[in-house]
Design a protein around this ligand. Structure first.
Ligand code: 3MF
Ligand code: MG
Length: 345
């Protein structure tokens, strides 16, 4: 059987203090340099960045200072044998993004969002990555009457075109999410993101980052969403994790809620050679608030182990038997075969 190496990534925000909307930090915060030193030991080669993970307080710096700082981060990465996977402009914390960024009703705020996105591209270049992730956090509404749903899409396309024109080589992965922090987001699913890509000036450079939990929040199946993106050659990266039902975004460890759902995500990724074009197996997972300081990176190592365990299970499936059962339309038996396989029988 062919063995293929997967490369894994996560963002520094995945090692966190455990604060939630109802309570303060329960663990000490760890400085960036120390987090970076943890990657290799946990089995990870790629670092995902928000622009200000790389360059804190970037709004107080000029463009050339931003690039200088990002170059220093690039050196730190290189000295640890790590690479940057992507940079995501953080467009949801500044006062100018309270009513959305690219879809804000205020033209000055929209201009800020575009300018910040161009700076994120400068940072990506300094970190030697060509991938930009757009989690469209506040591009939505609390009430329908606040914005115009058609104009919002046009503004999103305009902002994406601005980025595509700013750098002829960058690729943009939209990360859909149906809600939270907004009541309704404008790009809730993979299908929406891919449709938007075709309105832009260079659809080949606009794809998706599929996050398992976001898909589950939309009431959909992550492996089918991945299949949809793969059919369009638009699965630029993934945020694997898990989610228990329809509530706030939980970012639980991959496979921790539904092993079979994890299995099916790995199945479609492995089957269609995800990773061979350089894509990372990206995680977006949070340690439980109850986890003590010294044990607060297990969610990362465990998610990776689950992924690799699932790769083995996917590759050791009895494909002939599955084909026979499909031909007989005996899906009850097929289901039992899968369940037995997951139970190690
Ligand atoms: C929000 C998310 C974010 C994005 C990240 C990169 C904290 O629900 O999933 O992770 O993935 O900001 O854009
Ligand atoms: Mg995410």
């Amino acid at each position: 059987m062919e063995t293929r190496e997967y490369r894994f990534s996560f963002g520094p925000w995945n090692i966190h203090t455990g604060a939630d909307p109802f309570g303060p930090a329960v663990r000490d915060s760890i400085e960036f340099g120390k987090k970076i030193k943890m990657y290799k030991g946990l089995g990870f080669d790629g670092v995902q960045f928000h622009d200000d993970d790389a360059v804190p307080d970037m709004n107080e710096l000029g463009d050339s200072q931003i690039v200088e700082k990002a170059k220093e981060v690039y050196k730190i990465l290189s000295s640890e044998g790590l690479v940057a996977e992507f940079v995501a402009p953080r467009l949801w914390e500044d006062p100018r993004t309270i009513d959305g960024a690219y879809t804000s009703n205020d033209p000055a705020c929209r201009e800020y969002a575009k300018q910040r996105s161009r700076q994120a591209i400068d940072i990506a270049n300094a970190l030697d990555t060509k991938l930009i992730v757009l989690w469209l956090a506040r591009e939505g509404t609390y009430i329908r009457e606040a914005k115009d749903g058609k104009v919002a899409v046009e503004r999103l396309v305009d902002a994406i075109n601005d980025m595509l024109a700013y750098d002829a080589e960058i690729k943009i992965a939209i990360e859909p999410k149906p809600n939270e922090p907004m009541d309704q987001a404008y790009i809730p699913t993979t299908g929406h993101a891919i449709a938007v890509s075709y309105l832009t000036d260079d659809q080949r450079r606009v794809g998706v980052n599929i996050e398992s939990a976001h898909v589950i929040l939309a009431g959909l199946d992550p492996s089918d969403e991945m299949g949809f993106a793969l059919a369009y050659e638009k699965l630029f990266t993934v945020h694997l994790n898990d989610q228990s039902g329809l509530k706030f975004d939980e970012d639980k460890s991959f496979g921790s809620v539904d092993l079979r759902r994890a299995f099916n995500q790995v199945r479609i990724l492995d089957q269609y050679n995800y990773g061979r074009g350089g894509e990372f197996v990206g995680l977006d997972v949070k340690a439980m608030r109850t986890q003590k300081q010294e044990a607060a990176t297990k969610h990362l190592a465990n998610s990776r182990k689950v992924f690799l365990g699932m790769v083995e299970l996917v590759r050791s499936l009895d494909k002939k038997r599955i084909e026979q059962l499909i031909n007989k339309r005996d899906y009850e038996e097929l289901e039992m075969l899968i369940i037995n396989h997951l139970m190690g029988k």
